[in-house]
Design a protein around this ligand. Sequence first.
Ligand SMILES: Cc1cc2nc3c(=O)[nH]c(=O)nc-3n(C[C@H](O)[C@H](O)[C@H](O)COP(=O)(O)OP(=O)(O)OC[C@H]3O[C@@H](n4cnc5c(N)ncnc54)[C@H](O)[C@@H]3O)c2cc1C
Length: 410
Amino acid sequence: MRTDFDILIIGGGMVGACLAALCAEDRKLHGLRIGLLEGHPPTSAPQGDVDLRVSAVSRGSQRILQAIEAWQRLAPEHLSAYSDMVVWDASGRPRGPGSLHFAASELGEPNLGHIVENRRLQWAIYECAAFRNVTLLQGELSELTLGDELAVAKLADGRQVRAVLVAGADGAASASRRLAGIETSGWDYEQSGLVTHVRTEHPHQHTAWQRFLPGGPLAFLPLADARSSIVWTLPRQRAAELLKCPTAELAKEIATAMDGVFGSVEIVGPRASFPLSLAHARRYCKPRFVLVGDAAHSVHPLAGQGVNLGFMDSAALVEVLAASADGGAAALAELRVLRRYERWRRSENLLALGLIDTLNRLFSNASGVLMQVRGFGLSLVDNSRTVKRLLMGRALGTAGEVPRIVLHGS
Ligand SMILES: Cc1cc2nc3c(=O)[nH]c(=O)nc-3n(C[C@H](O)[C@H](O)[C@H](O)COP(=O)(O)OP(=O)(O)OC[C@H]3O[C@@H](n4cnc5c(N)ncnc54)[C@H](O)[C@@H]3O)c2cc1C
């Protein structure tokens, strides 16, 4: 049967674009026709002030992005390395009892990761050399048929695209997942993540800070220009109030919520808020169809893991597909091949989702007893080299069953 593409990726956000570039770059998959369908592809290099949407990108993700030479396209002024991470409970003090401190120096690493603007990272992937071998289609998926011999994606404008394998990378509200008949389990946190940029009296010290408050954690992510990007998880109603309140009032609320650690705070950016929920696809694949990134799992932002898990999915999928490439393009869509990827990534992601959800439930709670236990628990972990190393390895994306590209760069 005639097809337009061997692999058609639906959704060209950071994860879908990365998957497309990895497929095009891989030696074993070389020569395959890779298509990327995106509703709103970027058309020019991002300009202007730091955007509100930034991500903490792990060392593991950096290695994946380096392999496709996208990382190298990010200018130093758009990369903010952080060397330390300090987490503390509302009842504790940073670097005191009831706190946890991770330092890159303890692992012999130069940093724990970088804060990067999502749009600049996405653009860097679209501009990397491997991406020249990807055919970009602008359009919205509206129907999907997964047949015995090929998959047909129908676009909203009536065009039809035929492919051997379809990969759904179209985000948390994935239409491809729904059209493929894959359900999710999860729940709404009834919390929102309020984001803005702030300038603080005391410097961020290239450290990612997070204070766990009963309503949800408040994170300060260090930006390269000495400002910080904040993500404040709040009950939905409170987030809606703070989204609209006067700037001076919000600044005061943030300074108080941070227990004065940064001194006075000035709001120096617009504000936005995002409803938070947990969703995990019950399956990651069907014959001819596979899921990656937020389309497969969306997590609470408190551990800064969402896009990092998606990059790991992409690298793992390409590794599995490449190992089956000798069977020709048709073999890539076989369920036994796609299941190998599913077994690998679903268990890794389940672990991350469980850990992040437990942290959110344990800390977003005002119980006095829990507060004492939490403070004690954090101090205990802080004093255990083994547990700390384990957690840091996970946060860095270098522990667990890691794709080869993260370990060896190819
Ligand atoms: C407040 C907040 C802070 C966060 N901070 C971090 C962090 O520090 N670190 C981290 O790792 N993660 C973080 N995350 C999570 C991270 O933003 C997501 O995990 C990531 O953006 C998911 O990328 P994706 O490419 O899978 O999906 P998306 O970014 O949602 O991209 C999906 C793409 O698919 C396209 N699309 C959708 N439907 C269709 C269709 N029908 N047809 C064609 N195209 C379609 C969309 O246009 C979009 O470009 C945060 C999230 C929030 C809300």
